[in-house]
Design a protein around this ligand. Structure first.
Ligand code: FAD
Ligand code: NAI
Length: 461
């Protein structure tokens, strides 16, 4: 029997960051992963492969549509999908091996197999029993299914199948206009598919600031993505040559049939805790199946949980933050996650990004706020780059004079949102940002101008 200070179950961003920090702090640590590779959903079938395909397909569309306007012409432009998929796999392989190396570097034992908690302080992996002072559950999440629309991962796919298509679909129907639907829908549309997104609600990206979400919807429609908002899928019939997708208004009414080669179901993800033995040790779940925690501690002493299997945004960097924080707590140090400053980015073209409160949330909470906005159409770098679509919006709490939210859509805003995160962590006001010198000409000047707008001194006409 092996004996540890800490055994982590799950080798995704939550688990591996926890392991690295625990190793650095001198805890005798093991990480258990059943996938055969470290990196979890994010590195293997999530963030990384999706961004590799988004980047490659974005280049293809730019070469077709944007480059000619700048005098760069191509002849015989084509897509080699097998090669595009290979470069995606290369990115995944490189990064998962990198995580394995980091385990060795930080003296963390990597144990391959399915972990089961057989008692507090005891984890079974196959025939091996690990004895440990602490357990961190970081088992992540899996795609939610739509009743009656079962994944076969060939024609009816989750994000995993949707990332691995070996042929560009003629017609793709995406169910759910959230992160995955819009990112993967964009990939296949750029490569030539006709993409129709069916969304239950009457707007896309429901958690995003409403104004940015509307702007986003307009841009995606202009790019040729088709939308069926306020519609629900009631069934998918498989015929030899196509899929017949029946949709009807969300509130009920006359149904219609849409045809597709591929259906991507992206209606959210659900926590994954199957086979972990939680019932046996009495770890409490909430009504939606997430592990209940208080500062990462479950209701069972010595058993902690982090990342997608716990409530909160299902994002790699949220899991990462929690991983590092819980390792510090277990090592007897201070560990904290600021849930008010967790950015969200949709990596489409252009990107949409946000952090903190949306206008809708502020109104619902009755918090008085001031808003400053700036459109990229008036930003000089955006003009030279032919990337003028989008805007930046900054929200400041009227009472505390602190920035409490920022929402953007535009090229590169996924990088730019980092500036706001730092500002919010330091308790900045909009004026602090407005008085900070930003390089010219850069897209980030739009942030400065939006910040000036909070106090009414922006340059925008
Ligand atoms: P996971 O990454 O899900 O890792 C959990 C691991 O635990 C898995 O590898 C699983 O095999 C293992 N496991 C489960 N049970 C056991 C067991 N009993 N024993 C051993 N091992 C077990 N987030 C972002 O922030 N940015 C993005 O761009 C982004 N893009 C995404 C794109 C897609 C297509 C998808 C599906 C997700 C994306 N996400 C993104 C979300 C992100 O992947 C997750 O939020 C993140 O992976 C959660 O990390 P985690 O460590 O909690 O869990
Ligand atoms: P999501 O929660 O982002 O979006 C799901 C969408 O489906 C919502 O708009 C919802 O209203 C809609 N929906 C739900 N049920 C429906 C139904 N029956 N019919 C039609 N529409 C329905 O979920 P998604 O896109 O599956 O992604 C899961 C999670 O993975 C995200 O919430 C995010 O946390 C993470 N992710 C993050 C990415 C990023 O950070 N860039 C990229 C991809 C995923």
């Amino acid at each position: 029997m092996s004996s540890y200070d800490l055994v982590i179950i799950g080798g995704g961003p939550g688990g591996y960051n926890c392991a690295i920090r625990a190793g650095q702090l001198g805890l005798n640590t093991a990480i258990v992963e059943k996938r055969g590779k470290l990196g979890g959903t994010c590195l293997n079938v999530g963030c990384i492969p999706s961004k590799a395909l988004l980047h490659a397909s974005e280049y293809y569309e730019a070469a077709r549509k944007t480059f000619p306007a700048m005098g760069v012409n191509f002849t015989n432009l084509s897509v080699d999908l097998a090669r595009m998929q290979n470069q995606k796999e290369d990115a995944v392989d490189g990064l998962t091996k990198g995580v394995e190396f980091l385990m060795k570097k930080n003296k963390v034992d990597y144990i391959k197999g399915e972990g089961k908690i057989v008692a507090p302080g005891r984890v079974q992996v196959g025939s091996q029993t690990l004895e440990t002072k602490n357990i961190v559950i970081a088992t992540g999440s899996v795609p939610a299914e739509l009743k009656g629309v079962d994944f076969d991962e060939e024609r009816i796919v989750s994000s995993t199948g949707g990332l691995a298509l070996s042929k560009i679909p003629g017609k793709l129907i995406v169910i759910g206009a959230g992160y995955i639907g819009l990112e993967l829908g964009s990939v296949w549309r750029r490569l030539g598919a006709e993409v129709t997104v069916v969304e239950f609600l009457d707007r896309i990206t429901p958690t995003m600031d409403g104004e940015i979400s509307n702007h986003f919807h307009r841009i995606l429609k202009k790019q040729g993505m088709l939308f069926e908002l306020g519609q629900k899928v009631t069934g998918v019939e498989k015929t030899r040559n196509s899929l017949k997708v029946t949709i009807e208004p969300a509130q009920g009414g006359q149904g219609r049939v849409l045809e597709a080669d591929i259906v991507l179901v992206s209606i959210g993800r659900k926590p994954y805790t199957q086979g972990l033995g939680l019932e046996g040790v009495g770890v409490r779940l909430d009504q939606r199946g997430f592990i209940e925690t208080d500062h990462f501690q479950t209701n069972v002493a010595g058993v902690y949980a982090i990342g997608d299997c716990t409530p909160g945004p299902m994002l790699a960097h949220k899991a990462e933050e929690e991983g590092a924080a819980v390792a510090q707590i277990i090592a007897g140090q201070w560990g904290h996650v600021n849930y008010d400053v967790i950015p969200g980015v949709v990596y489409t073209y252009p990107e949409a990004a946000g952090v903190g409160k949306t206008e809708e949330e502020l109104k619902a909470a009755g918090i008085a706020y001031k808003v400053g906005k700036f459109n990229f159409a008036a930003n000089s770098r955006a003009r030279t780059n032919h990337e003028t679509e989008g805007m930046v919006k900054i929200l400041e709490d009227e009472k505390t004079k602190r920035v409490i939210g920022a929402h953007m859509i535009g090229v590169g805003v996924g990088e730019m949102i980092g500036e706001i995160c730092v500002a919010m962590e330091f308790g900045a006001s909009a004026e602090d940002i407005a008085r900070t010198c930003h390089a010219h000409p850069t897209m980030t000047e739009a942030i400065r101008e939006a910040a000036k707008g909070v106090d009414g001194w922006t340059m925008q006409a």
